[in-house]
Design a protein around this ligand. Structure first.
Ligand SMILES: Cc1cc2nc3c(=O)[nH]c(=O)nc-3n(C[C@H](O)[C@H](O)[C@H](O)COP(=O)(O)OP(=O)(O)OC[C@H]3O[C@@H](n4cnc5c(N)ncnc54)[C@H](O)[C@@H]3O)c2cc1C
Length: 411
């Protein structure tokens, strides 16, 4: 069924009783042309693009839990392209653009909201990184500029006077958007299911089966399924799942937390980044302040994190925005984040023929549509698009790393 204003009005007259399920709850078939492991935005997106752009419809997405139960619905929604290295800027710039047509492509409102981002710079180190970043991103057409203390104060009137703090200026980046994260999973699932993709929840992949020619299938909690092409999009579990095929990924998995206040009236239109304090926050459409910080300093698959991180995050925000001192803390959660040793994503073939991976976009919500599209293209054509050539696994043996440092502070 196509979602439209007319359909909405028609169902409203019938008390919204007759909406069909958004996607089919499929049972696994014995064999598929392609299997994707992971029912987050990246995995569901790859299945959607395989069906819509490559006419490969005999596809299954296997999800061990429920759709969007991983990082897709745990993140802080920020979609940005402020990176330091050309490979990353080019890719993330295209990724930000890919969001603008997504609601139309999926016929599903992902609630894209253009916010812009204001970064508060503290100290000369912040300022010199910022200049380098602004220069690099402007080469790729980003509207991204250094702003004075006066403009910073105008953009963030609720902030403490910069005279009291070592604030040296700011960056304004008008292209930054946020989107309703779980709607991204639901939209992709609905659109992919309509094109014939089987979406199978509660189906954990427990082993990857291979022969001398490459992948032959997967063993799952719902039985064995055969395929010659397998895509993996399991952020936070990449190393463990790839190890099932004896592929060793250069990844460390760490918990990353988000913190949310009780909702208040609209007070903040920008995403705010306190760069030197490794903290950022944004007001969601529901009115909550959604706050984030750097990852925990230890590897773990737990989805909890320590109390020190929320405490430090709130302390950092109150230093610059003491006006929020009476806001109430509502809840906190964490996700397991895969991070490569160079802090850049992997979208790549592996040494096992037919086994492809899209992992460790450590702030990878922002790349969802483009990474999924590129992953689908890689699976369909068995060669990387020029946009993702730099993200191949071979960089870890050749030494052509993209040692990105701009992704800390704001995932
Ligand atoms: C607190 C937090 C804040 C973040 N903030 C941002 C942000 O502001 N901006 C940004 O760009 N990114 C952010 N990120 C990162 C972002 O959330 C992820 O990079 C992105 O959502 C990954 O999407 P995905 O589809 O690859 O993974 P997921 O959504 O995690 O989906 C992977 C799925 O694979 C499933 N799975 C795992 N193992 C198996 C198995 N063996 N068999 C079957 N299924 C399996 C999991 O259950 C999961 O549902 C944040 C992350 C966290 C934790």
């Amino acid at each position: 069924m196509k979602y439209s204003a007319l359909n909405l009005a028609w169902h409203a007259l019938r008390n919204h009783g007759g909406w069909p399920p958004a996607w089919r709850h499929a049972r696994p078939k014995p064999s598929y042309d392609v299997i994707i492991i992971g029912g987050g935005g990246h995995g569901l997106g790859a299945a959607f693009y395989l069906a819509s752009q490559h006419n490969i419809n005999n596809v299954a997405v296997l999800e061990k839990g429920w759709l969007g139960g991983g990082n897709t619905a745990r993140n802080t929604m920020t979609i940005r392209d402020n990176f330091l290295y050309p490979e990353n800027v080019r890719f993330h710039r295209a990724a930000v653009e890919s969001w603008h047509t997504l609601s139309n492509d999926l016929n599903f409102n992902i609630m894209l909201s253009k916010r812009g981002m204001t970064t508060v710079l503290m100290g000369d180190r912040d300022l010199s990184d910022a200049k380098r970043m602004v220069n690099t991103t402007s080469l790729f057409g980003a509207e991204h500029r250094i702003i004075t203390l006066e403009e910073l104060q105008q953009r963030l009137p609720l902030a403490e006077s910069p005279q009291r703090l070592p604030i040296v200026g700011g960056i304004h980046h008008p292209d930054v958007v946020i989107a309703r994260h779980d709607a991204v999973s639901w939209g992709y699932a609905r659109a992919a299911s309509k094109l014939g993709v089987d979406i199978i929840e509660n189906c954990e992949v427990t082993d990857i089966l291979c022969d001398a020619q490459g992948v032959t299938g997967v063993q799952t909690s719902q039985g064995k399924i055969t395929t010659r092409k397998l895509g993996m999009a399991v952020s936070g579990h990449g190393k463990r799942v790839a190890a099932m095929a004896d592929v060793c990924l250069p990844i460390e998995t760490v918990p990353l937390q988000a913190i949310v206040s009780t909702p208040v009236k609209p007070i903040l239109d920008n995403v705010v980044v306190l760069r030197g304090l490794n903290t950022y926050f944004v007001q969601s459409d529901k009115g909550e302040l959604v706050m984030g910080s750097i990852a925990e300093p230890y590897p773990s698959y737990s989805q909890r994190g320590t109390p020190q991180v929320p405490e430090a995050t709130i302390a950092a925000i109150l230093q610059v925005f003491p006006v929020f001192e009476r806001m109430q803390f509502m809840r906190q959660w964490a996700g397991a984040l895969d991070i490569t040793y160079d802090n850049s994503p992997i979208i790549s073939k592996t040494e096992i023929d037919g086994f492809y991976v899209d992992v460790a976009g450590s702030g990878g919500f922002k790349t969802t549509p483009l990474a999924a599209m590129m992953h689908a293209d890689l699976i369909a054509n068995n060669r990387p698009d020029p946009l993702i050539e730099a993200y191949g696994l071979e960089r870890f043996s050749s030494g052509r790393l993209i040692l990105e440092r701009a992704s800390y502070g704001n995932r």
